[in-house]
Write a protein of this length. Structure first.
Lengths: 218, 218
DNA sequence: AAAAACCCTGACCAGTTGGACAATTTTTCT
DNA sequence: AGAAAAATTGTCCAACTGGTCAGGGTTTTT
């Protein structure tokens, strides 16, 4: 993973230490996440990132050589989160427990980290120039693995047979939409911002439809 | 609708005629759709739009004063399509017919007009600077109306009671994902591009889960 | 045919952006 | 303390971008 996404290590021959370094890099990444999410890759400027991070623009370039390097690190962080944030799903699990848990986690992630979700979305809409390897390797294999789990569950009569890949596409879409399309969801609901209860209703509705729709007895 | 989205008519005091004008504007819009979808609003350049349209950059500015004017017209076209492309849903319809038809139309739209879908998506992720009025007025009312239809169906025992807004969020998300996240879907399926059959499977899966999940007897 | 309306483009420009760099200050290490 | 390493910043710049404009060409109308 790291090998694929991390900016070429050549950038940083000796991993310099330093409290300051860690703190500033973190500020820059946090600021960049905000700016990239709001303005997109091309719309983001290093000047704005610097300003939000509370640093001079030149200082940002001291830590990250290029704008793309910042972007790559933001993306790497998002992928990292993605890979570790969601509990695993195995054939031994009971789908009546594992699937609702997965949906809930995904939706709470949309609530807690909407910026990350949006950056992920725009990256893929752009044609995934940076994320392509991740999609074709890690994610592809992850889904292939889970597909086997779903088939097992279906064979054991624990759920209906469902095209497993598309099952995940539906869950991802239905949960991420609350981050990526938060503006639209809020406007349609007649709210300024989404509330806690909106997410609760979302969790209930998505869970209900998916569970019953796949014949998983709760 | 037009009133809200169309670029201010002041741009074009006398709607000039001309075969050439119509043809060139169409070329520009088509080119712009491609460029905006691939590069986002900020990433798009009028130079690239001109090149793809086969015109000189200055000529593009002759027809559209500003880049934003081009963008607005692209967006207006998308909204227009959105409003007229999908058959209506009324309380008199049978959900067993109307819902699958709606899902199918939405998914075929993702297949036929992925660029439009992606521009719509990035516009909303950006915070919908242009589309906000549409979301808060037309779309809000449209959903409010359909919410009443779903409640009617539920009262008549034709389907389970489901939070109607979230029902639509799920369908929109699950269908648009095949356009917006086409790259991801293809990568996970191990394909280069999505095939006809992928869309067929998607239609089946989404329809199956939604219908059964909402207790609509087919 | 000639005027009027419309179409086209090269040259140009002012503003912005990512990034380089040398000089200086601050922190860390010995 | 003093040297070495790391951090910081103002200044500068080349490349690019959206947009203007004057002049010339083409089509349509009368």
């Amino acid at each position: 993973m790291e090998r694929i996404l991390e900016a070429d290590d050549g950038d940083e021959p000796t991993p310099r230490g330093g409290r300051i370094r860690a703190r500033n890099k973190a500020h820059i990444i946090a600021a960049a996440e905000k700016v990239f999410a709001e303005r997109g890759y091309d719309g983001a400027t290093t000047a704005e990132i610097a300003e939000i991070a509370g640093l001079a623009k030149s200082n940002v370039h001291y830590y990250f050589g290029t704008k793309e390097a910042i972007y790559r690190e933001v993306i790497a962080g998002i992928v990292d989160l993605w890979l570790r944030a969601f509990g695993d799903i195995t054939a031994n699990d009971d789908p009546a427990v594992a699937i609702p848990a997965y949906i809930r986690q995904k939706l709470l992630y949309s609530r807690k980290r909407p910026l990350a979700s949006r950056i992920f979305a725009t990256e893929i809409i752009r044609g995934a120039p940076i994320l392509r390897p991740f999609l074709e390797l890690e994610l592809h294999d992850w889904v292939a693995d889970k597909a086997r789990v779903l088939e097992r569950w279906a064979a054991d009569g624990k759920m209906d047979p469902v095209a497993p890949h598309h099952f995940f596409f539906l869950i991802w879409a239905a949960t991420q939409t609350y981050a990526d399309f938060g503006t639209q969801v809020a406007a349609v609901l007649g709210r300024k911002r989404l509330k806690e209860e909106d997410f609760e209703t979302a969790i209930e509705t998505v869970t209900q439809i998916v569970m019953k729709g796949c014949g998983i007895r709760r």
